[in-house]
Design a protein around this ligand. Structure first.
Ligand code: ADP
Length: 163
């Protein structure tokens, strides 16, 4: 499919579930911008700078994926990039209501904008940044959940670097 798509999220931190969405979307669209934002409902553990660096490290392997950040309203950010497509991942019914609301809100703010949903791979339906942080707090092995490029950094943040 032609064109540019924006994949927005908090990515606090980026997980293998996010990476799976990026990999699949990058095959479909000419270019993806992964846009790191801040979700006012969630206090982030990693700073914006840390999250952007992590996503950059992980996405370096994809020639058509760029990484950016924004504190603006998503619909406005998309307009500034002349982008008409937002990508979001759906894990479970519990994601659905909120995601539908956001998609409709964004289309109201910017009628040229549409949201494309990718169903989470069944391997990752239970995986969230929140679950990763919870496991990291208890020193669990994170290698099945986060990209290898950022594994050490996450362990260090939670004081598990000496394992
Ligand atoms: P936000 O705070 O904007 O929801 P997240 O970083 O939590 O940001 O999620 C960004 C997007 O990635 C959302 O669409 C979310 O549903 C999706 N996502 C998160 N985890 C997964 C996963 N394991 N598989 C597929 N999509 C996911």
């Amino acid at each position: 499919m032609k064109g540019l798509a924006i994949y927005p999220g908090s990515f606090d931190p980026i997980t293998l579930g996010h990476l799976n969405v990026i990999k699949r979307a990058a095959k479909v669209f000419d270019k993806i911008i992964v846009c790191v934002g801040s979700n006012p409902n969630k206090k982030s553990v990693f700073s914006m700078e840390e999250r952007v660096e992590q996503v950059k490290k992980v996405c370096a392997r994809f020639p058509n994926v760029e990484v950016d950040y924004s504190d603006r309203l998503l619909a406005e950010y998309c307009r500034s990039k002349d982008a008409h497509i937002i990508i979001r991942g759906l894990r479970a019914l519990s994601d659905f209501e909120h995601e539908c609301q956001m998609a409709n809100f964004n289309r109201k703010m910017n009628p040229e904008l549409d949201t494309f949903f990718l169903a989470a791979d069944s391997k990752y339906t239970y995986l969230s940044s929140t679950a990763v942080k919870e496991m990291a707090r208890y020193g669990a092995d994170l290698s099945e959940y986060v990209p290898r490029e950022i594994l050490k950094e996450i362990e260090l943040k939670f004081g598990n670097g000496g394992k």
